[in-house]
Design a protein around this ligand. Structure first.
Ligand code: ATP
Ligand code: MG
Length: 903
């Protein structure tokens, strides 16, 4: 059982070379894969049925996020709830232990991922078989020298003691009796029992040197390799232990720990299947293993975490912010972070992942099959983390710099987490590196507040729910008739006005409870029903139901009274708005088909992460690592429509949870299910746990269209869709758009719009080209006429012209052409466009050389009209003011220019 072992001098322990094979030549080096095989075939020879490892994801166990022991997936065999395939079973089970996360790398023997070998008896054999078999396997099959092995037993378990002592012959002084916390397996009430561990003595070099050092000591000399649990009693919770009629055996031996001992290496990270990964980490980082104790810790962490990530992803876990997904995210992020600590400054996990797959795919072929997928998930997460880290590191750096008093505030840590997605364990680590503690209490408080806010946002039922629990006590659960009918006669059980029970109501809004109702109360992602309440006898009662909620099995109709009086005890007729409800059912049923189609097209890793349906559309969130391609979306849509067109009957079965599972029904992780569940089956296409309302045949969905695909969170995609009248509405909107477009384009036949649009485009480009060439033509004609009117001033030619109604950029290009074509020319152009007067002056190269200055010239000319401007010697502009003086201004140019010219 677990003890806290924390090594300070671990590197000393790791690198004290020690080779048991030298001391005990009988023990053969054996590979991890061969050890696994030897164990399983040994127990097969003892009548056990060999089962493959179960998935890391618990299949029917809400108490556990991830499988952490060989017995965990077989609990139901132990309790007798389910009949095992045989009463003797052996497995090699993949395990993840998050509680060991922070010990990884610091001890020689803790990984977050490891394989656990185990033999199990469900009411079959017991101690007197289990103990000798364990001994035989270790000392005969593996030839471990008996003097290296030390059993422990529970203090009061004389039976086990005698078996070790009298039957096996282990001297009494070599058998350690340990107390309840070490050697009694118990988990609340129910089956429990004593354990017997087997320790391997790794030699004095690994010991603490204390005179009373023995198995169970906190030091690393005696390594626990195998734990045998004898499930013998039942605990009634009051401390009474009664002998079980059918006693069980549950054993667990860490495969890597066993290999560590047999291969004579210093830690589990160096056994053959892990060494390849470790060496890759060493190669990528350029570090040498065994040199720097803190770098060695990081190397071991990356090695271990890579394996964990690979196996978790292969079993369908995707990084997220909750549950298993968060465990995976945390593990990948820690690996990245320790990579950085090793000085690796680029994405590297795909390389260590490749190494891990290469080491294990022979035993776990699914790793090879899912190789690309695993690489993709890890790389996406690594990139995402890099981006978060870069942003977060900067902010945290500032926070740390601004911190006084040695404690990083909980508000800072929370802000980083909440606003920037920066993991708090990293904040903690980095703060610690800077010598700061983190205010954990304040952080926890803020987290708690955030959780309550979230809960309040979810659970607010029309603002009255705070007192609802009290008000509703004593009212029986409502009988729901709405699976089969949409109109039901019922009796009023309670009326709640302004948060208080009322005897009657005759106006305003209120909440109504009936003994039975066809109104679906919002739940399972389906909106509540709307409709009316009237009196069956006719009469003036007019109540409209605007929404329906559900609390503890009681349907709460949110109502407005529009006429008449409603009294507790009255008989009423409750009628659901049929058209709306039918639309909701179409959308709900279509999401079941969608989920099945997604699993077909994208793979079994697709799991529902949330859903919502109302009358307008369906929204389905699911785990997947990338945006869907056009082709994938088309394939999904086609699969759903295929199932609709096949007209599959929709049946609902209420059955035991185990039977439902046997049907292969998809259930929602984290959802609470009672002993009996409702399974909705659509032909052979889909089976899901669901309490919602559905169409009776998939054909009634009509048609299905995806209208949106987006990302909601890392690894979670969202599809929005419409069905039936929703598709028709969408079609009608498109028709309208097409008709309007056709009218604008003046085509009588809408099928011609594309051709017409093309023709218009072509026409437009031709027209543009023509305008350009006409402009050019115009410019040269103007150029000719301007230059023909030029006068000679000294050695330069001066051309002046009024270009009324010419666009400024046309005038500009005209001026540029004069400048480049006539080096000896100076031109001053007056441009009058849209009531604005401006002047452009240019001077060719020879003219400039002769002393002409366009800037000064244009400034003098513009001044005549009251304007101003200037510029370079060869090119200048000015604004004019009084247009009536334009001619006078232009005439002044010759005199001004003459004054500029040299000689
Ligand atoms: P320890 O006290 O050393 O952490 P434990 O008491 O938690 O071990 P059990 O829960 O009895 O171990 O599990 C059975 C066997 O599984 C152990 O004897 C050991 O060989 C192996 N094991 C347990 N935890 C780990 C781990 N984190 N990494 C590798 N092997 C492990
Ligand atoms: Mg442990």
């Amino acid at each position: 059982m677990r003890r806290k072992v924390w090594y300070n001098n671990i590197s000393e322990i790791f690198f004290t070379s020690y080779d048991i094979r030298k001391e005990h030549p009988a023990m053969q080096w054996t590979s991890v894969n061969d050890l696994r095989e030897k164990f399983l075939s040994f127990f097969e020879s003892k009548g056990h049925l060999r089962l493959p490892s179960f998935s890391l994801i618990p299949q029917d166990d809400k108490s556990l996020l991830l499988i952490n022991a060989g017995m965990a997936p077989m609990k139901k065999y132990f309790t007798g709830e389910v009949e095992p395939p045989r009463h003797r079973v052996c497995t090699c089970q993949k395990c993840i232990r998050t509680p060991d996360l922070e010990r990884v790398g610091h001890t020689a023997r803790h990984g977050t991922y490891f394989e656990m070998l185990g033999n199990f008896s469900f009411g079959d054999y017991f101690k007197k078989e289990a103990i000798p078999w364990a001994w035989e396997f270790l000392t005969v099959t593996l030839e471990i020298p008996p003097e290296k092995l030390f059993p422990s037993v529970y203090t009061e378990d004389d039976e086990a003691f005698d078996l070790w002592n009298k039957v096996i012959g282990v001297p009494a002084e070599r058998i350690t009796r340990l107390g309840k916390e070490d050697n009694f397996w118990e988990h609340g009430t129910g089956p429990c029992g004593p354990c017997s561990e087997i320790y391997f003595d790794r030699g004095e070099k690994y010991g603490c040197g204390k005179p009373d050092c023995r198995p169970g000591c906190d030091c690393d000399r005696y390594m626990e390799i195998w734990n045998n649990v004898f499930t013998q009693f039942s605990n009634d919770g009051k401390g009474n232990y009664t002998e079980l009629e059918h006693k069980n055996i549950d054993t667990g031996m860490g495969l890597e720990r066993l290999a560590c001992v047999i291969q004579g290496v210093d830690s589990m990270f160096e056994v053959d299947t892990m060494r390849g990964i470790l060496d890759r980490v060493v190669a990528i980082s350029g570090r040498e293993y065994g040199r720097d104790p803190s770098a060695d810790i990081s190397i071991r962490v990356v090695t271990d975490h890579t394996r964990s990530a690979v196996f978790m992803i292969a079993d369908g876990v995707l990084p997220s912010n909750e549950g298993r997904g968060y465990v995976l995210r945390r593990i990948i992020r820690r690996a990245c972070r320790h990579g950085k600590l090793l000085g690796i400054d680029r994405p590297f996990l795909s390389e260590t992942v490749e190494a891990a797959i290469a080491e294990s795919y022979r035993a776990y072929p699914e790793l090879a099959e899912k190789r690309d997928y695993i690489l993709k998930v890890v790389s996406v997460e690594e990139e995402r983390f890099d981006a978060t880290i870069d942003a977060g590191l900067e902010i945290l750096g500032d926070m740390i710099a601004a911190t006084q008093g040695g404690v990083l505030s909980g508000d800072d840590a929370f802000k980083l987490y909440d606003t920037y997605g920066f993991p708090v364990d990293l904040t903690r680590e980095l703060a610690a590196e800077a010598g700061l503690q983190t205010d954990e209490a304040r952080f926890a408080e803020l987290m708690q507040e955030q959780r309550s806010r979230a809960r309040a946002a979810r659970g607010n039922v029309g603002g009255w729910e705070s007192s609802a629990a009290d008000l509703l006590s004593g009212i029986p659960a409502t009988e729901f008739t709405g699976y089969g009918e949409l109109e039901t006669d019922a009796r009023v059980l309670a009326v709640i006005c302004d948060g208080e029970l009322a005897g009657e109501v005759s106006g305003g809004t209120f909440t109504l409870v009936l003994d039975r109702t066809p109104f679906y109360g919002e739940g399972g992602g389906q909106v509540g029903d709307t409709g009316t309440i009237s009196s069956p006898a006719g009469g003036g009662l007019r109540v409209s139901v605007t929404d329906t909620k559900k609390a503890d099995g009681i349907h709460l109709h949110i109502c407005t009274c529009e006429g008449g009086t409603l009294r507790v005890g009255d008989k009423v007729r409750a009628s659901v708005d049929r058209a709306r409800r039918e639309a909701v059912m179409r959308n709900h049923s279509s999401l079941h088909l969608l989920q099945a189609a997604l699993r077909q097209v994208l793979g079994k890793h697709v799991e529902q992460a949330g859903s919502y349906v109302d009358a307008e559309r369906g929204r389905f969130d699911f785990t997947h690592f990338a945006a869907l391609t056009k082709e994938e979306l088309a394939a999904v849509e086609a699969a759903v429509n295929g199932a609709i067109l096949s007209g599959l009957p929709v049946e609902t079965v209420v059955t035991g949870i185990e039977e439902a599972r046997g049907m292969g029904a998809i259930m929602l992780f984290g959802e609470k299910y009672g002993d009996t569940v409702r399974v909705v089956r659509m032909g052979g296409f889909s089976a899901e746990f669901c309490g919602g309302t559905h169409v009776t045949n998939t054909a009634k969905i009509g048609l299905f269209r995806i209208v949106g695909e987006s990302s909601v969170a890392s690894g979670v995609r969202r599809i929005e869709s419409v069905t039936g009248t929703g598709v028709l509405d969408q079609l009608a909107r498109r028709e309208k758009l097409i008709a309007e477009t056709a009218a604008e384009l003046k085509v009588p036949n809408p099928s011609d719009i594309a051709r017409k649009a093309q023709a218009l485009q072509a026409e437009l480009s031709a027209a543009r080209r023509e305008i350009e060439s006409l402009n050019a033509e115009l410019a040269s004609t103007k150029l000719d006429s301007i230059m023909s009117g030029a006068v000679t001033v000294g050695c330069v030619r001066l051309a002046t012209a009024r270009l009324d109604g010419t666009a400024p950029d046309v005038a500009r290009s005209l001026a540029d052409r004069i400048k480049s074509s006539f080096p000896d020319a100076v031109a001053v152009l007056a441009v009058g466009d849209a009531g604005r007067l401006s002047f452009i002056a240019v001077a060719g190269a020879d003219a400039v050389r002769a002393g002409a200055h366009a800037g000064r010239l244009v400034s003098a000319v513009a001044a005549v009209t009251g304007g101003r401007g200037g510029g370079r010697p060869d090119n200048a502009m000015a604004g004019g003011r009084d247009a009536s003086l334009t001619d006078a201004a232009l005439s002044s140019a010759a005199g001004t220019l003459a004054g500029m010219l040299k000689g």
